[in-house]
Write a protein that binds this ligand. Structure first.
Ligand code: DGL
Length: 265
């Protein structure tokens, strides 16, 4: 038993989709969420920069006494997972390994992966899938315009449909049977993406799989929170609390009543 909070971080507010999955799966766990809203987006930044930002956030979360760290950000997982594991005394869970496992379980061998420019260029999902299922074919597509669309709340806007059709065409032509939503923001576009890909393509939400992986890791390390115990959720951002609160409410609803501001760097 361990009542300490779980640290969750993202480049901004998209990671709240992962936080929501954790709240739902592990309702008795307390959390500290850090959104790096001063430095978002991570998608187009270099691996070195994303690693440096991620290590700074790790140190801040450790100073809050967290018992485990979840990297909710796909780009940060792609560029910094190993560096954070090397630097952390507590378990660190990323979103890519759980997402890759779910993709393999949900596909007959042709998987599409969509993500930011950084995540796709890193090839991290492709490697994670091919390492476990060498006979699988992986088709990747960067969708950098999806993040600003979601931030605008354009989940079903004609412009969003047009952009999705353009980005997803090669994946439809490749006849993938599963599509990994390899970015924190994409679960909010699920209805649009499903309509574009057709009903037979399974959408893989890394957030849900990550919550499951976290549950296993807490159990394995004997650091699960007390079942039935009270939980609390703290939200911290590096800038622009008001925007985080108003847009973030769309991601997780009323749980987000306010956030502290802690500038890093
Ligand atoms: N959180 C990022 C990810 O999941 C998306 C937003 C960004 O580019 O920072 O890759």
């Amino acid at each position: 038993m361990n009542a300490a909070p779980i640290g969750i971080f993202d480049s901004g507010l998209g990671g709240l989709t992962v936080a929501r999955a954790i709240f739902e799966r592990l309702p008795h766990e307390s959390t500290v969420y850090f959104g790096d809203t001063a430095r978002v987006p991570y998608g187009p930044k270099s691996p070195e920069t994303v690693r440096r930002y991620s290590l700074e956030i790790l140190q801040w979360l450790l100073a809050q006494g967290v018992k485990a760290v979840v990297i909710a950000c796909n780009t940060s997982t792609a560029h910094a997972l190993q560096a954070l594991r090397d630097a952390s005394p507590v378990p660190v869970v990323g979103v890519i390994e759980p997402g890759a496992r779910a993709a393999i379980a949900g596909s007959h061998g042709r998987v599409g992966v969509i993500g930011t420019a950084g995540t796709i260029a890193s090839g991290a999902y492709r490697r994670a899938i091919e390492a476990r299922a060498p006979d699988f074919e992986v088709f990747q597509q960067a969708c950098p315009l999806f993040v600003p669309l979601v931030e605008e709340g354009w989940f079903d806007h004609p412009a969003a449909r047009l952009i999705a059709a353009e980005y997803l065409r090669p994946l439809r032509e490749a006849a993938v049977d599963a599509l990994v939503l390899g970015c924190t923001h994409y679960p909010l576009l699920k209805p649009l993406l499903q309509a574009e890909m057709g009903p037979d393509v399974r959408l893989i939400d890394s957030g849900e799989e990550t919550a499951r992986a976290l549950e296993e890791i807490l159990a394995r390390n004997g650091i699960t929170g007390a079942a039935g115990g009270a939980s609390s959720h703290r939200f911290v951002v590096s800038d622009d609390e008001a925007r985080f609160r108003s847009v973030g409410a769309r991601f997780i609803g009323e749980r987000l009543s306010g956030a502290e501001v802690v500038p890093l760097g």
